[in-house]
Design a protein around this ligand. Structure first.
Ligand SMILES: [Zn+2]
Length: 153
């Protein structure tokens, strides 16, 4: 697949040390377009849609932020805690959006599965369908997300 200049610029901003220390692509060798396409079809195969997943993550994010560092129940088996961090980070897609740097740890207490995400993660899923590259600290695989936010949520 041919990479557009736009996609190349975004990919450069996603490298480690540009906007964040670890970058957004992990050890993923696929192109940005391939990562987004593969996750889009996983989401559909799982019977979800990106908007619904992102909206649920946004609710969890807001509830966790209100907890100000204390764990908050966000579902029958779900607990979320927000860890604040100094500063703000711009979206690597270059749309001018900026987000606080903290992270949410979301734990499914029935199986101890934990997902980590940031305000920027939620924006990138909602606005760009980007769940981050494999091996990235904040990658949320659609499968893990569907497991945790599934009917039991
Ligand atoms: Zn954006």
């Amino acid at each position: 697949m041919k990479t557009s200049p736009e996609e190349r610029r975004i990919t450069e901003r996603m490298q480690p040390g540009v906007l964040s220390r670890d970058g957004f692509l992990g050890e993923d060798r696929r192109s940005l377009g391939e990562i987004i396409d593969a996750d889009r079809s996983s989401v559909l195969t799982l019977g979800f849609d990106q908007a619904t997943l992102a909206a649920r993550l946004q609710e969890i994010l807001e509830a966790a932020m209100e907890g100000m560092g204390a764990p908050v129940r966000v579902g029958l088996h779900l607990e979320a805690v927000y860890r604040e961090s100094m500063g703000r980070i711009p979206c690597p897609f270059g749309d001018g959006a900026r987000f606080p740097k903290g992270e949410v740890e979301l734990t499914d207490t029935s199986c101890s599965e934990t997902l980590r995400f940031t305000p920027l993660s939620v924006h990138m899923i909602a606005a760009h369908g980007f769940f981050q590259g494999r091996g990235s600290r904040y990658r949320i695989s659609p499968h893990a997300l569907a497991r945790v936010l599934g009917p039991r949520g």
